[in-house]
Ligand binder design. Sequence first.
Ligand code: FMN
Ligand code: SF4
Ligand code: SF4
Length: 247
Amino acid sequence: MIYYFSGTGNSRYVARKLAFQLGTEAVTIRDNLPTSSCRNIGIVFPVYAWGLPKPVMQFIRRLRDAGIGESTYIWCVMTCGDETGNAPAILRRELAASGLKLSALWSIIMPNVYVLLPGFDVDKKEVERKKLAAAPARIDEIAAQVKRREHVTDVTLGSWPRLKTAVVYPLFLKYGINTKKFRSTDACISCGRCAEVCPQENINLADGRPQWGDDCSSCLGCYHACPAQAIEYGTATRGKGHYSGQQ
Ligand SMILES: Cc1cc2nc3c(=O)[nH]c(=O)nc-3n(C[C@H](O)[C@H](O)[C@H](O)COP(=O)(O)O)c2cc1C
Ligand code: SF4
Ligand code: SF4
C-alpha cells in the first residue's frame, strides 16, 4: 500500500503512478493507517522548508500504534522543487521514534509550489515542462527498485543540507503559516474548489466565500487550485504565479 500527502498534486501524481506500476493502491495519509499484516509500505510526500510537512510527522507518529513488524519494507519518496536538505535525517529520526526503520528513500524533483517568501515563486513554464517531462523516467526507476525491495538512499540533498534544515525548518514549523492572512478577493466565483482540494479539510464556505480554520499544513493547495486566482495570503502572494497542479 502507498500512503501519500499532497497539497498541489505532485506527490499524489507520483504515488498513483507508482501504485499502478507496483499493482497496489495509493491512499491519503488522512484517514488511512497500515495494519500489522502490511509487509510493504510506501509513503510519498513533499519536502517543506527542508523538512517534513506536519501531517506527515503526525502520520508517522500514528504508525507507532499500527503494530508494524521489523520485517516490513518501508520506503519513502519525497517530492521537492529542488532539494531535500536534511529532511531524510528528520524522516529517519521520526520513524525510529516510532520503532521503525526506513528501508529505502528517493527524492524526485517536481514543479515548485512555494510562493510565500520574497524571492520564491513558481517555476518558469519551461522549467516546469522540463521537470514534468523527466518525472516518468524517475518514477519508473523508483518502481523498479521497490519491486526488487532494494535498500537505497537516492536523494538530492542540495548544498549545506544540515545547516539549512537546522535554521529554517524550526522557524517554518513555528511561523510558517498564519491562516488569518488568507482571504478571497471579489474575483471569487463561489465554486468551492479551494475547500474540495484542501488535504486538511480546513476550509468551509460561508455565504459562498471560503473561511480558513487553523489546521493548515501550508501546502498552498487552495491558493494554486482556485480557478479565479482569487486567493491571497496577506501581501506575500502579490504578483506571484500559480501552478495548475497534477490531477
Ligand atoms: C510550504 C512549502 C515549503 C517547501 N519547501 C521546499 C523545500 O525546502 N525544498 C524544495 O525543494 N521544495 C520545497 N517546496 C516545494 C514542494 O516540495 C514541491 O513543489 C512538491 O512537489 C509539492 O508537492 P505536492 O504537489 O504534492 O503538494 C515547498 C513547498 C511548500 C508548499
Ligand atoms: S487551507 Fe490551503 S494551505 Fe492550508 S492545508 Fe488547506 S489547502 Fe493547504
Ligand atoms: S476556489 Fe477560488 S473561486 Fe472557488 S470558492 Fe475558493 S476562492 Fe472562491
